[in-house]
Design a protein around this ligand. Structure first.
Ligand SMILES: [Zn+2]
Length: 688
């Protein structure tokens, strides 16, 4: 992994040239060192590319790399994650040790981090900071007070459209964003929730593996209750698991959750009692501070109705026990060590297969990022994201969007009207590079050094109030849904916008000193992937203004669905374990984005070739190997299984293998019929 060492040096040398990427490469002369290449040492060239492209690109790395004991997976993305985490640690430790003015963002992030790290204070307080909440739950005496407690616990903790985050252990999830039907206003969305394990499948699927996970979860519930000195813990744990099983039984599946056309159910607030009887909705919405919302979009209507019925049917006592367990378990990270260890034993070991817990500073960095992400991010980009990088990447995005636009021009199957709508959407795409245009104001958030649990509660409430505040404002297309220090990228369908945080714009994804082939194969394909999400099976249901609407002719839609169906079948045939296949439907959006993204990036790379020397341009093989290496990773089996069941992304190996859909891959490596990844030309999926 030597190419990760000279990061800072390389970045500062090349960014100062300050021009577009191709100019940077073109200005090279005989004295300029050769461009950075792919990681040749990490490959296994004894593997036939056409049989196993992922191992051809990564075989030596896979053989010699061990997943660190505190990880459930490891790969290219982890390396960047580690870098961002180390940098953030340095910022937070300096802030914690420094003398920033009281009330400043720097002081708040320093105090938050220091509070999280202060284990003696946490041990001394034990459960005291939760006393009021537990007392309020104990005081639940009727359906009204139960609904009020459920409502008071809700937070803006899901994001179904941008981050495809559907999971919350609170009984419902709230998301506040642009109305699917009216881009001029924000509305609250209500999602199913209430499960401690990652998905309904963990509760309802048969088989010894899931049965043993359920037993481990019941034991975990009992252990947490015992640690909190709750009497009769075993019997209560059994009843809590049974209640969650009932909740899971009415939940939509993960595949149903991603279907936005099923999610667009605007219910007038006053209709909830009729449509979902069993909950005192007026009390719930009042406690959740949603009194001012005339309409709420219900993402999971059947589940909301089903959960409401359970609220009436299941005894109050069980609900109290359930709420007590989750109130404690949700805060385990900032409770005494016995709770922390118990939490890791189940969520870390059982659910993800991770043998060893992360050091506390890593958890503290993650928690501070979660609570004060933009306050940390503002300092992060000042220190680690040179302005020249922003300009250079904007140019690269423009080149790939241009390639996508030319692909639209070249589509023979698409009607002119549909094509015009697609081009309008591409033309108005708002691209965010590095960090948001404006930063969130944290001045009213109180952070108290030495009060880790109180800080966590206040930060979540502050975040919820921030989102509630948007109900009185028009949607802001420049709103960001990732922090700058996050290693990820997003397409925001309703905002018709993209977010590329600073932390992903780093080698090996974005290495300004690499050949064009290497750059376009890695960050170029990621940029293409995010642009393509505007046109995947979900994104294509939104128009240029972010309205959920059908801008397709029936014939165009039929063609698109046929191409999608081929991709579903291609991915559903992959079996990472004998008893578990990839879910081609669940991962369809991501798989469309991968194949369309690498296709557009390949075009942009080819278009850039004439402006450079051969060495600066690189070759097609490097382009594809760079792509294959950007998906380099290893998983522990438990995590791999969790991803297959619950994640919209296929496992990385199969993402790398999507090169089999590109004709250029066949000619670059002379792939022949009979090889395992070979697809006959009509079977190669060309969606865009
Ligand atoms: Zn994606």
């Amino acid at each position: 992994m030597t190419r990760f060492i000279p990061i800072a040096l390389v970045a500062s040398l090349v960014f100062t040239s300050g021009c577009g990427r191709d100019q940077a490469a073109r200005s090279a002369d005989a004295a300029t060192p050769a461009p950075h290449d792919v990681d040749r040492a990490g490959m296994d060239v004894s593997v036939s590319t056409g049989d196993d492209f992922f191992r051809y690109a990564n075989g030596a790395w896979l053989r010699t790399t061990e997943i660190p004991p505190d990880r459930s997976n490891y790969g290219t993305w982890s390396v960047l994650f580690d870098q961002a985490q180390q940098r953030t640690r340095a910022l937070l430790e300096a802030a914690a040790a420094g003398t920033a003015a009281a009330g400043s963002d720097e002081r708040k992030i320093g105090d938050y981090y220091a509070g999280y790290m202060d284990e003696p204070a946490i041990e001394a307080k034990a459960l005291t900071p939760l006393r009021d909440r537990l007392a309020a739950i104990a005081a639940i005496a009727d359906t009204r007070t139960l609904a009020a407690q459920i409502g008071a616990s809700l937070r803006a903790d899901v994001d179904p459209l941008n981050n495809t985050n559907y999971h919350t252990d609170r009984l419902f999830g709230i998301w506040i964003s642009q109305d699917l039907n009216d881009p001029g206003r924000n509305v609250p969305y209500l999602l199913q929730g209430g499960l401690g394990m990652p998905d309904r499948d963990y509760y309802v699927q048969a088989g010894p593996r899931m049965e043993s996970t359920r037993s481990a979860y019941r034991a975990h519930i009992a252990a947490v209750l015992k640690l909190a000195a709750v009497a009769d813990a075993e019997a209560k744990a059994a009843r809590i698991l049974d209640l969650e099983h009932k909740i899971a039984a009415v939940h939509a599946t993960r595949t149903e959750s991603v279907d936005v056309s099923k999610a667009n159910n605007p219910w007038p607030r006053g209709d909830f009692g009729r449509r979902a009887p069993g909950i005192d909705w007026a009390a719930l919405f009042h406690a959740a501070r949603l009194d001012q919302a005339a309409t709420i979009i219900v993402w999971h209507p059947a589940a909301i109705t089903g959960i409401a019925a359970l609220v009436k049917r299941v005894p109050l006592e069980t609900w109290r026990d359930y709420l007590v367990f989750h109130a404690i378990d949700r805060r385990a990270a900032v409770l005494p060590k016995a709770f922390v260890d118990e939490q890791f034993a189940f969520y870390g070991k059982v659910l993800s297969g991770t043998p060893q817990q992360q050091e506390r500073w890593k958890r503290a960095v993650n928690a501070t990022n979660g609570a004060l992400g933009e306050a940390v991010g503002k300092l992060y980009v000042q220190r680690f994201f040179p302005p020249a990088a922003k300009a250079q990447l904007q140019q690269m995005v423009a080149n790939i969007a241009g390639a996508f636009d030319r692909r639209l021009d070249g589509l023979t199957w698409m009607a002119p009207k549909t094509k015009a709508s697609a081009k309008a959407k591409l033309g108005t795409l708002k691209v965010g590079i590095g960090y948001p245009d404006s930063w969130r104001d944290h001045s009213t958030l109180e952070v108290v050094r030495g009060d880790a649990l109180g800080n966590a509660e206040r930060a979540e409430l502050f975040d919820y109030q921030y989102h509630l505040g948007k109900l009185a404002l028009p949607p802001d297309r420049s709103e960001w849904w990732l922090t700058p220090q996050t290693v990820n990228a997003l397409n925001l369908p309703a905002q018709n916008a993209l977010n590329f945080p600073a932390a992903i714009l780093e080698p090996p994804f974005y290495d300004p000193a690499a050949s064009a082939a290497v750059r376009y194969g890695a960050i170029g394909a990621i940029i293409g992937h995010e642009i393509s999400h505007s046109f995947d099976d979900q994104g294509s249901q939104f128009d240029a203004g972010g309205r959920l609407t059908n801008w397709w002719t029936p014939e165009d839609l039929a063609h698109f669905k046929a191409a999608s169906a081929k991709l579903v079948a291609q991915y559903s045939a992959y079996a990472p374990f004998p008893d578990l296949h990839i879910n081609g439907q669940l991962t369809l959006s991501e798989n469309i984005a991968d194949v369309a993204g690498i296709s557009a990036s390949y075009d942009a790379y080819r278009a850039s070739r004439g402006q450079q020397t051969d060495a600066q341009a690189g070759d097609d093989r490097s382009f594809f190997i760079s792509y294959g290496q950007s998906w380099r990773s290893k998983y522990r089996e438990e995590l791999a299984r969790q991803i297959v069941l619950t994640d919209g992304h296929a496992l990385d190996e199969y993402r790398a293998d999507t090169v089999r859909n590109l004709d250029a891959w066949y000619s670059a490596f002379d792939v022949k019929p009979g090889q395992r990844l070979y697809l006959a030309p009509p079977d190669r999926v060309r969606v865009w």
